[in-house]
Structure formats: C-alpha cells, structure tokens
Design a protein around this ligand. Structure first.
Ligand code: ZN
Length: 501
C-alpha cells in the first residue's frame, strides 16, 4: 500500500517494520518510523495506522539517520546524487572550505541541492588573498590551483597574519561552519600561525578541520609534527580540533598518530578524527608532499601516482616534475598503502576501529573530459573521473566493519557515520542538534539500507558507479531515493550554517 495524501501541506510517511537504529541510545528495535513535516514524529513498536499516510514496508531493512559527511569537496548535483546512493544526507566541505562564504551558500541555493550542504571558512583562500593577492571565487578548483604557489605557502608577516585572521573572522560571522586548514599544503609556515587560528576558533565557538602537515617520521625537518600540532593547539587554546583523513596523512604511522590523539583526548582536549577506507589518496599533482625529492619520505615512487582523467601512471620523477610545472592543480590518485597486502588492509581497519573515529569521504569533484563538473542527467553520462571514495566511502566502511569483519554493530556504524559527525558541529550550528539521531523531533534525514546488497561498486576504472544497498533515502522528509531509484525532481537539500558567538 502506498497511498499519498496531502494533509494541509503536511504529508505523513510511515516506514513500516524496519530495524530502527538510534545511535545516540545505541539501540536497534523493530518499529515503525513516522515522518511528518520534515521531522521524525514518532517511533512505535506497535504498527501504526494513519489515514492517508504513505506507508512504505521496510521489513528486514536497516533504518537509521542519514550519514553526515564532514569532508566532501563535491559541490554539484551529480556528486551529491552519487553520495546519496552511499547513504549521505548532509555533505559538508569543512577541510578546504569555500570563500567568500556568502557567495558559496547563495550559489548552492540558486542551483538547488539534493543533500543538505555547508562550508567552513577557507584558511587557504584567506591566506591566498593576503599573501598572493588572489581574489577567491567560492570555487574548490580555483583554491586548489593556489596550493602550489610558493608565495602562498610562506610564513605571514604580523600584519598579514592579522589581515587574514580578520578575513576568517568575517567568514565565520557570515555563516561558515568553522575553519578549514590545509596546513599540509603550506607545511613550512610558522606553527605560531596555527595556534592563532585555533585561538580565533576557540573564541568564536567554532571547530577547526585540519589536513595536517608532515609527520616527523616522514620529514625530520618539519617545523612541528603535523598530528602533534593538532593536539598541542587543542590543549593550548581549548578549541575543538578535527584531524582530517588520518589514514592518508599517517599512512603506516597510523598507530603512533592515533596514540598521540589518544593522549590528547585523555587529557581532556577536544580532538576528533576521521578516516576514509581506501589505501589511496587524491590530491593536486602540485602538492608540496608530491615533490620528487619528498617521495622517499612517504615510501612512494613516481609510479605510485596516477593522473585522473588521462589515467597516466607517472613513469619517473622527470615526468612528475613536468606535470607539476604544467598543471599543478590537476588531480591525481596516490597509492599510499598497498591494498593487495593484508598488513596494509589491517592498518586501514585499525584506523576505522579507533574509538570515536568518524567516517568521512574526502569526496572529490567529478570531472568530465570536456571539463564539466556537474550535470542534472541521471544515470551520469560516462567518462567522469573522480576518486572512488566519492561514490563508495560509506558503503565500503559498512561492508568492511559491519558485514565482513563484525567490528561494528549497526548502532556503532551509525554512531561513526551520522551521530558523531553531527556532534562536531553542535556548538557552531545549533541546527545540527536535530541531525545524526533517530528519535521523535529529529530531522527526517533517513537512510534505509538492505544489508544483503550493501556494497561499494566504485573503482579507479569506474569511479562513478554508485554504491548498492541504499533502498530509500530521505532528506528533510522528502524521498531522494525510493525503492532504489533516484527521484530526478527531488532537491530537498538545505543549507547548514554556522552561528558563531
Ligand atoms: Zn586533505
């Protein structure tokens, strides 16, 4: 039965008889979930009858709060649809951020969004404006073009520091969800600057999101250990500091890095951490850490790098230098762990299993050969390149940790993918308090998963193949995916904005 009835503008949907997960309480119960007016109205173990309600039978399926992705560089309808099939209902670019923030929100709203969206203040763009005179345009690809610029990477003078801190403060006042810090791309800059950024964030009640600089193990000449820097700044300033993709910046040093974060957390510092379940990363070919002379420290060779788009595996360091020179912003994939080796796969699982580690995708923009980044066509036109994590991070994490290795219960999985990431933003964005939960009053951002078919399908060769197993996906009470099919007219995504003090 699937009757639809308009009840004075309020439709009621009942998801009947699913395995309902509330990660806040850690519970799994067979129940009906009643959705009304964009929110969860009730959860009932007794089957409910309601006149005119749309009833969807979800017997045997897992019902939980949609995934909150803290780290997604997908700023497109096409990319959001791929993430929807991976269970995501809110996708946020908090590591890089966008500037100017008001333009970023206005453009997303004007284009329409499938999923809820939001951005942090971009430390890189604020620095770029002051140190390199580059006016930011609220575009991810223009900020990545900046990253290879040596002028941008240097230490600021006191006046420059004050100028870009002021820009960041204004971005926070404009609705940014904290500050995104791409420290790994300016890794020789003075660590004192970082502490100042953390101080600003602490005063504003806003979290920070860091792509850390080099680890001491990889580069004994680094001004400070990249992961230790996060812990120190959190301790010194009291700021909430989020460590991005601990897998890709730690590589085979992940146990040491997690130990450093453990000590900080045990001492009361507000440190959180995220992981994506792949042994390969993705970045711009011009990144500092891909300089030919730096590969050794990372245990890489030139042939660990594959250019996205062309699929060229880099032959040698001469070719690497050439590509860095020609097009420093071009995207590549870097194999930092060898997933053919069980010992390296085990490293990834340990990172995922770390207590309170959050799953976040680091989803990358889609790019077609004609340089397009978006389309409203679905299925997606062929030929788009991206990192497979864009499409598969969440399904892959659940497949590994819940289905194959039994390391997480479903409640634990939803805690890692929905509940904990939402909590990172509670302070800066009070609206997040209704997300990541499945209880009366929560936002009806819901995912319904069929455990029997849940898996990632994306590969390097076919990176935009959607994950399988998401039967239904609701954003604010509106179906984006129903019975495994995308609703082409659904654009229910809403902005999540910061409200700093
Ligand atoms: Zn990063």
């Amino acid at each position: 039965m699937a009757a639809r009835h308009d009840n004075g503008g309020m439709t009621t949907t009942i998801l009947r008889g699913g395995r309902v997960i509330d990660p806040a309480a850690g519970t799994e119960v067979v129940a009906d979930v009643v959705v009304r007016d964009g929110r969860v109205a009730a959860i009932s173990a007794v089957p409910l009858l309601e006149d005119g309600a749309t009833v969807v039978d979800v017997t045997g399926l897992v019902v939980g709060p949609g995934f909150v992705d803290l780290h997604s560089h997908v700023h497109s309808i096409a990319g959001q649809r791929l993430q929807a099939f991976d269970g995501v209902t809110t996708n946020l670019d908090l590591e890089a951020g966008l500037m100017p923030i008001e333009r970023a929100y206005a453009e997303a709203a004007a284009a329409g969004r499938v999923l809820n969206y939001g951005f942090s203040a971009s430390w890189a763009d604020a620095r770029g404006q002051v140190l390199s005179g580059v006016t930011p345009t609220a575009r991810f690809d223009s900020s990545t073009n900046l990253l290879g610029d040596p002028e941008w990477q240097r230490t600021s003078t006191p006046a420059e520091l004050a100028a870009w801190l002021d820009l960041l403060e204004r971005e926070l006042a404009g609705g940014a969800l904290g500050i995104g810090i791409l420290m790994g791309y300016a890794p020789r800059s003075d660590p004192k600057e970082y502490v100042e950024v953390a101080r600003l964030a602490a005063a504003a009640g806003a979290p920070t999101f860091t792509h850390v600089r080099e680890l001491v193990e990889a580069d004994p000449t680094t001004p400070i250990d990249g992961s230790g820097e996060v812990a120190l700044a959190a301790k010194e300033t009291g700021a909430a500091m989020h460590h991005c993709h601990v897998n890709s910046t730690s590589r085979r040093h992940v146990d040491r890095v997690l130990g450093t974060l453990d000590e900080a957390r045990a001492a009361g510092s507000r440190v959180s951490v995220e992981v994506y379940p792949y042994g390969m990363g993705s970045t711009s070919i011009g990144a500092f850490f891909l300089a030919p002379e730096r590969l050794d420290a990372w245990g890489l060779t030139a042939s660990s790098i594959v250019m996205l788009g062309s699929g060229e595996r880099i032959a040698d360091v001469r070719r690497l230098a050439e590509l860095r020179e020609q097009d420093p912003g071009a995207t590549c994939v870097v194999e930092f762990l060898d997933e053919r080796q069980e010992s390296d796969r085990e490293i990834l699982r340990r990172a995922l299993a770390y207590p309170d580690a959050i799953v976040a995708s680091d989803a990358m923009p889609l790019e077609w050969p004609d340089r397009r980044h978006d389309t409203r066509e679905w299925p997606l036109p062929p030929g788009a390149s991206t990192h497979p994590r864009t499409s598969g991070t969440f399904a892959r994490s659940l497949r590994l940790m819940v289905l194959e290795h039994g390391l997480w219960s479903w409640a634990e999985a939803f805690r890692r993918c929905s509940y904990l990431p939402a909590r990172v933003l509670d302070e800066v964005a009070p609206a997040m308090r209704a997300k990541g939960l499945l209880a009366p009053g929560a936002d009806a951002d819901l995912v319904v998963i069929d455990p029997a078919t849940l898996t990632d399908h994306a590969t390097v060769h076919d990176p935009t193949r959607p994950s399988g197993g998401v039967r239904h996906l609701m954003v604010g009470g509106t179906f984006v995916i129903r019975d495994g099919a995308l609703d082409l007219d659904a654009y229910p995504g809403r902005a999540v904005r910061g409200e700093v003090r």
